[in-house]
Design a protein around this ligand. Sequence first.
Ligand code: CP
Length: 348
Amino acid sequence: GHAPRTTPPMNHLTSWTDLDDATWRACLDRALWHRQHRAWSQSAAAKALGLVFFNPSLRTRASMDLAAAHLGAHAVTLTPGNGTWGLETRDGVTMDGLAAEHVKEAFGVLSRYVDALGVRTFATLTDPEADAEDRAFRAVVDASTVPIVNLESARWHPCQELGDAATITDHLGGDVRGKKLVLHWAPHPKPLPRAVPNSALLMAARLGMEVIVARPDGFGLDADVLDLARDAARRSGGSVTESSDRVGALSGASVVYAKAWAGSGVYGSPDHEAQQRASHADSWRLSSDDLVQTDRAAFMHCLPVRRGVVVDGDVLDGDRAIHLLQAEYRLHAQKAILEWVWGLGAEG
Ligand code: CP
């Protein structure tokens, strides 16, 4: 038989928590370099990148395709269930439903076509064990014989994380240690996963910032994620605290990072969680008045964002908002990530 192409050891990017701080820092510096130089190259010529989106995307889809193009690689994008067979991720199930193909075959095949795979598999928000274990994403990693880049799993969004770290470092001018970042819970009509707030928390802790997670009671992040962030903060000289006092948290902030996420009741009592979430719609929506008490804070959001629900439109239209720069940095960060995945020497 034909042996799949493998180059052990493989540089998977499943979560930055699996990698050392030096790797993260080198990729961060390289993302900053890419924005300054905006270089197109052929450093990854004759390489192919597969992108598989089990969930919708604007930024990740466009910026990963273009990151590959900037390096001279070719990207192929597939959307399971939409022009591509529906894919089963669970092990041992009888496949008599919508999914025509299992990820074991699909990613086994794709591994023979491409040199790395980017994959998006959101949290179910119905199966707490599957989400805590990042089970769908792990199934894809297990089925693949080429490096995998996580394009947002149930737990983590490492491409967002690196782009966000570069955005803050660039915008605030280098060393951001000791500056205050408020990770601010925001209202939303739907329960949303926690991959982005988890990653934003780790990112700010790793940068050595004073991080406050401002959220209503019932919307705390997972204890194990907070522990990982506190470990990162200990290494970097930063700090991580939680507060349900949003006004107090915002005082003196340099960065306000807004994000909606589901409450902890979403798995066991979704109706109650929805009621709780709706009850905070007015009191937690960010307005330009909220930014007055900050230290002229930059406003960040990973996007997509609902105007008038998460944040008032005048904040997004105002001069403190850096959400478009933040989205731009996804391109630069992912060029750095692909270079690391493929072991390409930095040319700058
Ligand atoms: N922030 C982010 O990942 O955007 P998309 O979901 O549009 O890719």
